[in-house]
Write a protein that binds this ligand. Structure first.
Ligand code: DLL
Length: 433
């Protein structure tokens, strides 16, 4: 089924998208030059004026913006509009350093919600649907963004927010929710609770889920789909750019379409800053095209992915980004070895474990330690120490061949690792470095 929110934009021919982007880019660069002294100074440092940017071919000349710039300019230094024209702020939890505070004009909110409406439509949503939004509401963008998108689409919206899992299940059932929006780890938790309550997919009317805000694997997707009897769609975004909806999956599920009428994405080598050719894996960089209050030029997300212009069977022409491969700042350096949590997760999943684990890093006698706590499924659970030891040793071996490091693995009882109602916390780094 092909379901678009704005077919004329979502399936716009490529040359037309490029023309639109060029027009908008020139306007956005001028807007920033005139209204954001911080970025103007960065351009001047490179000897650039807006006249040097004639199309996106010139984009590479412009300086990057990084998280450090956001920190330096906190809180008002990157604003493109006076506060009196702004109607909202949203913010991140600040788990990886300084909290990000983003500003929105009414028009910025409308564009953001439009992107969320496209995402819900891509998951099959229409005004016949009941959309339960179980992302957190408040400063986090997940709840407000999907809530607004669902309204634009005309769907009946349940602003459930996260938490109170039994009530979530009651709402899904009693109010006949057909689309669930939350983090993938919370979806897995809701599914687990449903199973405990003896419910099967036939007991609930859900048909789709829109899950994002954190990394999740293909096997986690399959588990959630089976438990809830739904098709699960990935959605990506970040507060700096608006929130959820920057890109989203369609029914084809081969990457997420980036809303190219609002953003120009680039992939760069995170070490050199060089723009990489299509298909390469690297750091995702965004230039906003229509943002008024918080415009960002060449913003380095730290997210690692690749882009593809391969035509998509869904008919959307906007470029697709692959499932995130990690973040440049997710990388742990343990005894000098680069380790991504996603590599550890792959080993666990390959050996049949669920994605309930915790990575604890510490430094003891000047040496880094890596402990991985892995939950067993109820079927695996046993008090036979011999069996547990064998399983642990197999995981240690799997991790050694993946990472080239020896980890300590502890298998723990089902449900002993705390579940998350928002983004899961999988890494605890206790090193005081
Ligand atoms: O997480 C916005 C969002 C809300 C996206 C709801 C999707 C759904 P932040 O809290 O600013 O914003 O975190 C942004 O989360 O740079 C990625 O590293 C990560 N992230 C977001 N979506 C995905 C995803 C929201 N689908 C940061 N897969 C981003 C993997 C994701 N990581």
């Amino acid at each position: 089924m092909k379901n678009y929110y704005q077919p004329e934009i979502e399936t716009m021919p490529r040359e037309q998208i490029r023309r639109l982007q060029n027009e908008r880019l020139l306007k956005q660069v001028r807007h920033v030059w005139e209204n954001v002294p911080y970025y103007r100074a960065k351009m001047q440092e490179k000897g650039l004026t807006p006249d040097d940017i004639k199309s996106q071919e010139d984009l590479h000349k412009l300086p990057f913006l990084t998280k450090a710039d956001l920190r330096n300019a906190y809180p008002y230094g990157l604003m493109g509009k006076p506060l009196k024209d702004c109607v909202r702020i949203q913010s991140t939890s600040g788990t990886t350093g300084q909290r990000v505070v983003a500003f929105y004009t009414q028009n910025d909110i409308h564009i953001w919600e439009t992107m969320c409406a496209r995402a819900i439509a891509a998951a099959g949503g229409t005004n016949e649907d009941v959309v339960q939004v179980s992302y957190g509401y408040g400063l986090f963008t997940g709840g407000p963004g999907l809530n607004g998108g669902s309204h634009l689409l005309g769907s009946l919206t349940i602003p459930a927010s996260s938490g109170n899992t039994d009530r979530q299940i009651m709402f899904i059932k009693d109010l006949s929710a057909t689309i669930l929006c939350c983090t993938p780890s919370y979806a897995a938790f809701i599914g687990e609770r449903m199973r405990e309550m003896g419910m099967t997919p036939d007991d609930i009317p859900l048909k789709a889920g829109i899950f994002g805000a954190e990394a999740w694997s293909e096997s986690m997707r399959r588990d959630i789909e089976a438990t809830m009897g739904i098709k699960a769609y990935d959605i990506y975004g970040l507060t700096e750019l608006c929130g959820p909806g920057v890109s989203f999956e369609c029914e084809d599920q081969h990457g997420m379409h980036i809303n190219e009428d609002y953003f120009i994405p680039e992939i760069i080598d995170p070490d050199t800053g060089e723009v990489l050719p299509e298909g390469s894996t690297g750091e995702l960089v965004f230039t906003t095209l229509e943002k008024e209050a918080f415009p960002l030029i060449r913003y380095r997300t730290r997210d690692i992915t690749s882009l593809s212009h391969e035509p998509c069977p869904c008919g959307r022409t906007h470029v697709r980004m692959s499932r995130l491969k990690g973040r440049t700042d997710d990388m742990l350096i343990i005894r000098g070895v680069n380790v991504f949590p996603s590599q550890i997760e792959t080993v666990l999943i390959n050996q049949g474990y669920p994605a309930n684990y915790q990575i604890i890093v510490d430094r003891v006698n000047n040496t880094d330690t890596l402990d991985v706590r892995v939950e067993m499924t109820p079927e695996m659970f046993t008090d036979n120490l011999g069996v547990i030891n064998t399983r642990q040793a197999k995981l240690v071996e799997g991790l050694r061949s993946m990472l080239g490091l020896t980890a300590k693995v502890t298998l723990v009882a089902p449900k002993s690792i705390t579940r998350s109602e928002g983004k899961a916390v999988r890494v605890i780094d206790n090193r005081k470095i």
